[in-house]
Design a protein around this ligand. Sequence first.
Ligand code: SAH
Length: 345
Amino acid sequence: MIEDAPAAAERLDRFMARAVAAYYAQRPAFGAGGDFTTAPEISQAFGECLGLWSAVTWQAMGAPDPVRLVELGPGRGTLMADALRAVGQTVPAFRAALRVHLVEASPALRETQARALPDAGAAWHDSLADVPPGPALILGNEFLDALPIRQFVRRGDAWLERWVAGGAFLERPAEAPPALPAEAPDGAVREVCEPALDLARAVAARLRAGGGAALLIDYGYAAPGFGETLQAMARHGAADPLAAPGTVDLTAHVDFAAIAAAGRAAGAAAHGPLPQGLLLQRLGLMSRAAMLARSAAAAGRHRLAGEILSGAERLVAAEGMGRLFKALCLCHPALPPPPGFEPEP
Ligand code: SAH
C-alpha cells in the first residue's frame, strides 16, 4: 500500500502515477509466480526477434557507430539480454557499435536489470531526455500501458473528469482538458494518456535530429473510441484498480492512433500499428521457436520443447496475445519501412 496517501480526492492520472511507481518500487514478480507475465518472459525468441529487428534497422540507417540501443521500462532485463545475445551471435558489428541505455524509474528493478545484464555496460536513466544524443534504436514493451491516464466522462453537453477518493471515483469539472470530441453519448468515457503523447513527441524529435527508429509494443486499440480500460492485475487475475494502490499492477490500453499522430506531428514517420502476431511471424519468431524446441527435444527435454512451442504460439495467436497486442514503429522519415512493416506486395 502507498503510505501517506492523501485523504482528499486525487485526479486519476496522479493517483495512477503514484500507484504505478509504488508497485514497481517493490520489485514485483513477473512471470508465472507473479501478478502478470509479459512477452519476453514467455519466450526468449521475443527479445531475439527484437534484437535482430534493431540490427537490420541499424543497417538501413547506414550502420552508425556508436548507436544507442535504448529500452523503455526494461522490467527484469530479459528482453535486452535476449536481444544482445542474438545480435552478438549474428550481427557482431552491431553488437560492437551499440551502447545500452535503460530508462527505468524503479531502483529495485534497476538492480534486477543489472544482474540480468552483467556485461552490457548499460547506463540507466530516469527519462528518454537523459539519454545522450545521436542515432538510436528505441524498444519499449508494455511501457506505454503503465503511463498514467486521465478519464473524462460525458454528462449532458459537458465533459467531467474522474478523480479518486476513498477507493471510488468521483467526477469534477475537467481542469485544462485536452482536445475532446464535441459529440459523445451521455455517460461515454474517453481516456487520454498525456505522458504517452509527450513521449511520442520526444521520441520523434530525437529520431528526426539523430536518426533511428522506435518499436513500441503494447496492448491497445488502433482506432480511438470511447470506453474505459483502466485495469489492475494481481496473481494473473483482475483486481480492483482503486482499492489497494501500489499492491496491484495498474495499466490502461494504449491509444495507438493518438501516439502515431503525435509522433507524425513531431516529424517522425509512423508505421503500423500492426497486430503483434503478424509482426512476430514476419520476423521469424515461429521458426526460431521451432529451432529451440528441436534442440530441447534432442537433449531429451520434451516438456521444455512443448513449452517453447506453446509460449511462441501464445505470442502469435489471435486468441492469445497476437491481436490485442500491437506494434507501432516511429522512425526517421528518410528510413525505408523497417523489418516487418513493409507494405504488402
Ligand atoms: N518491458 C518489460 C516490463 C514491463 S512492466 C517486459 O516486457 O517484461 C513496465 C516497466 O516500465 C517496469 O520496468 C516499470 O518499472 C517501468 N516504468 C513504469 N513507469 C515508468 C516511468 N514513468 N518511467 C520509467 N520507467 C517506468
